[in-house]
Write a protein that binds this ligand. Structure first.
Ligand code: M6R
Length: 624
């Protein structure tokens, strides 16, 4: 997710140190904002920028794609306040023009934003007389503020008020966001929050605003967390907060975390933080894309006329966790889009005989967009003349430049080497793609589409319900952590989840774990089963629970303990541990997977493993 920092004050830290002493070459406000951006770098980003407001020098903006260290913060000696931003692209690639802050036509108002403005296309259409300079959803905000200020100025003859303008603009935005706005000639930073985090830092002669406290922790530990719907005006040493137009008081809390803990939001590891981020990352994945009533999705992707109708095969290529997301999706493509779908480990992929290139869609699933094996597969598909498509988390990544079309999963940066939230967002995005393809091909009726989209809509809430049961998973992890090996089983949509559950556990705990199609247990793996090898089963909708349970019973008969993720309202009385999975139909196995993620995490944590950076592994594997 994007990072935000804002500062208004004298340019000197609370302890009296000049901010420039911390590695900066400029004094005051610019240095504090720049240091705030450096503090936010851990979140991951592709572009950075600042806007500084000087008493007489007005508004100065600097921004670029690339690293914070490469950003030259302008020297504005009379600056009284400023905002900064690290961008993780969701709308428009990581270019200088798309970096934040964004400004209005006159260059008087600058805005930084975290989140997604879902109705930006509509709003942009209404602003047809404004000059837009980026591809972002964000840019509508400064232009809307400009309109508000101009309208109010006609009425009051005084140029309007930034706070009132932001309040009015906020009413017109659909989506989730945290925004900060500054204006030439105004000594305040005006901020608004709905759905994306925003925290205020309170100093004696200063005020801060940021996406998380790490941005300003060296200056103040006294903070106020804004609530959804809050709008606030920050002045040096003073903060006014409004909710639905009424002034409100919000508590001031003192943060006791050190910077390292604060980066992880108070969690001990990024992986656990990212597991817990899934309700919000999934909301971001789905935002503005589901039209449940119409039974349709808007993924902002297009194919040549007739291509989908004539499609012979979808071939998914991917590695690791992305490969398992692909295996999940292949079943959805067959079921929902009525098209043959196959999945291949990217390093093994060849176009293969007997296929028609112009009737084949090759879909590369890759979180990073940089995995060498997956890029190699895309190049082989391109060379064979197939149409290629990417599902990725990373705008501007290599894969996006080499395929014919892309859908972004919008999960935000993932720092733990073990993929967690991106798996859920990959499957959700692929499920939407399957609905889009099915609708286009006439293979999926509106009522069936509505049912799948309704399941998807329920996914974030269902994941939250599972996260609330973490204590139960921790207890199970403690009980079984010393087992000789762990076997994960499922059928149908439960198979990729079983494989992913095993990968997660082996990756971070270094324990022996294997995933199987449950029906395969009796064809060999059963010989490995003992009282020391727990079996973890996916027993949900979409995973042929009863048949899977028969195979689990075969393992139990050989003494194996059995843990199962079971659909709400169902019961398998012989299980040693039963984790309840809320009812979300075709995406239930994805919710079950959250239990498996937590299980892997807690086993590894009990063993004191290096969870975020497991031995021998890299987040992005850029060699073949
Ligand atoms: O960036 P990608 O999705 O292409 O990465 C693929 C795999 O390297 C990745 O999923 C890997 O398996 C993860 N460490 C699994 O947690």
């Amino acid at each position: 997710m994007c990072g935000i920092i804002g500062y208004v004050g004298t340019g000197v830290g609370k302890d009296g140190d000049d901010a420039a002493s911390d590695g900066g070459t400029i004094d005051g406000v610019g240095a504090i904002v720049h240091k705030g951006l450096r503090n936010l770098e851990y979140r991951g980003y592709d572009s950075a920028g600042v806007a500084l407001v000087g008493e007489s020098s007005g508004l100065t903006v600097a921004k670029r794609s690339g690293e914070v260290d490469g950003l030259t913060v302008p020297d504005v000696p009379d600056a009284t306040h400023g905002v900064g931003h690290t961008r993780w692209s969701t709308h428009g690639p990581p270019t200088d023009a798309n970096a934040h802050p964004h400004t209005d036509c006159a260059g008087d108002v600058a805005v930084v934003h975290n989140g997604i403005v879902e109705n930006y296309e509509e709003l942009k259409a209404e602003l047809s007389d404004h000059e837009f300079t980026s591809d972002t959803d964000t840019e509508v905000i400064p232009h809307l503020i400009e309109e508000e200020l101009a309208g109010a100025s006609d009425e009051d003859g005084e140029g309007g008020d930034l706070l009132a303008a932001v309040r009015n603009v906020e009413d017109r935005l659909v989506g989730s966001y945290a925004i900060c706005a500054v204006r030439e000639g105004d000594d305040r930073i005006v901020v608004a929050r709905r759905g994306s985090p925003l925290v205020l830092g309170r100093g004696e002669d200063a005020a801060f605003v940021a996406s998380d406290v790490t941005a300003f922790l060296e200056h103040t530990r006294d903070v106020t967390y804004l609530e959804d719907g809050d709008v606030a005006a920050l002045e040096a040493g003073d903060v006014s907060i409004f909710h639905h137009g009424e002034p409100v008081e919000r508590a001031v809390e003192t943060v006791s975390w050190e910077a390292d803990a604060a980066e992880k939001g108070g969690y001990e590891h990024y992986m656990r933080k990212e597991i817990h981020e899934q309700p919000s990352s999934l909301r971001q994945t789905l935002a503005g894309r589901l039209d449940v009533d119409a039974g349709d999705v808007d993924l902002d992707v297009s194919f040549p006329p007739g291509f989908l109708a004539d499609l012979e095969e979808i071939r998914i290529v991917a590695c690791g966790t992305s490969y398992y997301a692909g295996r999940y999706a292949a079943q959805l493509f067959e079921e929902l889009a009525g098209v043959r779908a196959t999945v291949e480990i990217a390093s093994e992929y060849e176009f293969g005989a007997g296929r028609t290139p112009d009737r084949t869609l090759v879909v590369a699933v890759t979180q990073s967009g940089e995995t060498a094996d997956t890029l190699g597969a895309v190049r082989r598909a391109n060379a064979a003349g197939a149409r290629t498509f990417a599902v990725t988390n990373t705008l501007g990544s290599t894969v996006t430049r080499e395929v014919d079309g892309t859908a972004f999963i919008r999960a935000g940066p993932e720092i733990g080497v073990a993929a967690t939230k991106t798996f859920a967002s990959q499957v959700a995005t692929l499920a939407m793609l399957a609905v889009a393809v099915g609708r286009d091909r006439g293979a999926l009726g509106a009522a069936d589409a509505r049912s799948v989209l309704d399941d998807l809509r329920g996914l974030p809430g269902a994941v939250q319900q599972v996260l609330d049961e973490e204590a139960q998973v921790r207890e199970a992890a403690r009980e079984y952590q010393d087992s000789e090996a762990f076997f994960f089983v499922g059928r149908a949509l439960g198979v990729p989840v079983a494989l992913e559950g095993a990968l997660k556990l082996k990756e971070i705990s270094y324990d022996h774990a294997e995933g199987f199609a449950a029906g395969e247990l009796k064809h060999g793996p059963l010989a490995l089963v003992t009282p020391e090898t727990p079996v973890l089963a996916v027993l949900t909708d979409g995973a042929r629970a009863n048949e899977t349970m028969n195979n689990v019973t075969e393992a139990q008969t050989r003494g194996a303990p059995a843990l199962g993720c079971v659909s709400e309202g169902e019961e398998f009385g012989t299980l040693d541990v039963s984790f309840e999975v809320p009812d979300v139909g075709v995406v239930e196995p994805i919710v079950a997977n959250v239990y498996l993620q937590l299980f892997a995490y807690h086993v590894a944590n009990e063993k004191g493993r290096s969870i975020d950076k497991p031995r021998n592994l890299a987040k992005s594997v850029t060699v073949e």
